[in-house]
Design a protein around this ligand. Structure first.
Ligand code: G1P
Length: 300
């Protein structure tokens, strides 16, 4: 195995306006919306930490306060729970602050995902890093990020996560042109296009929100003009890197993910995710699942 610089930092873009969830997101970042009883962003930080990435940079927008507070200690609340002897809730309240070291940088203007990643340049420096998008939750049993880091350690360059989606959905994603490698779940990415119309998509392999990125992406992003939607697209910068050799920051590989991904990007996906998570919880499922069955009978 070549001796590549290890991946130790994670970048989590969290500056979106959350317009699809208004009015809930008027004063609360969408990343703080709960999936059962934890904000979505906590699952993302847990995922980074369990892949060994204990340095997490959040790229925030306007409403960053509640995110910072969530990953900080809450002494008053802790004292109150301590006084009551409520050890269980006390550990739940303390947990977010103990997961990783959180850092924050602001994305002044909403100029797109590529621009959000560029805001991480100073913190990340000249090292490969992971990028995790909060709209996609990956089941903690599936270890996608760990596999992607392994692939980066074998091939260098950047690694994206790809999932097969139905043709009618490709226009919601970045889509990859791929070639097989000797490893069954790894492909070489030869081209990328952001949100193509279904009839122009080069494949059904969609980028999902996990990336391991070579630091050369920063200079590429600085030169990347606004693309789809007038925004600076990470997909466009990765496309440039996919065409390069190892000495210039390439190549790009893809890990084909066939595990459980939960989309929280819009209201319906969010509802599905909450129901799935609740049905998977040992403390809730015994009551929730039979109720859900009855309820479905009732309305059908
Ligand atoms: C972003 C990326 C897109 C990717 C998607 C995954 O789009 O630009 O390439 O497929 O995340 O969720 P967004 O969903 O933020 O519009």
């Amino acid at each position: 195995m070549a001796d590549f610089d290890p991946v130790t930092k994670a970048v989590v873009p969290a500056a979106g306006l959350g317009t699809r969830f208004l009015p809930a997101t008027k004063a609360t970042p969408k990343e703080m919306l709960p999936i059962v009883d934890k904000p979505a962003i906590q699952y993302v930080v847990e995922e980074a930490a369990s892949a060994g990435l204990l340095d997490v940079l959040m790229v925030t927008g306007k409403n960053k306060r509640s995110i910072e507070d969530h990953f900080d200690r809450a002494f008053e609340l802790e004292e109150a729970l301590e006084a009551k002897g409520d050890e269980h809730r006390l550990s739940q309240v303390r947990e977010p602050a103990s997961l990783a070291t959180l850092h924050y940088v602001r994305q002044g203007e909403p100029k797109g995902l590529g621009h959000a990643v560029l805001c991480a340049k100073h913190h990340v420096g000249d090292h490969p890093f992971a990028c995790l998008l909060g709209d996609d939750l990956i089941d903690h049993r599936d270890h996608l990020l760990r596999r992607m880091i392994e692939v980066r350690n074998t091939f260098g360059g950047s690694v994206i996560a790809l999932m097969e989606v139905p043709k009618e959905s490709v226009s919601l994603y970045g889509v990859a042109t791929i070639e097989p490698t000797d490893e069954e779940d790894v492909v070489r990415v030869t081209d990328l296009v952001e949100k193509p119309p279904a009839d122009e998509a080069p494949s059904n392999w969609a980028i999902i929100g996990r990336y391991v990125i070579d630091p050369t992406v920063f200079e590429v992003l600085e030169q990347t003009p606004p693309g789809r939607g007038g925004e600076i697209q990470l997909t466009d910068a990765l496309r440039t890197l996919a065409a390069r050799g190892p000495e210039e920051g390439g190549p790009v590989h893809g890990v084909l993910f066939r595990g459980r991904r939960y989309d929280t990007g819009d209201k319906l996906d969010y509802l599905r995710t909450v129901v799935k998570f609740a049905a998977d919880r040992q403390d809730l499922a015994p009551e929730f699942v039979p109720w859900l069955r009855e309820f479905l009978d009732e309305i059908s």
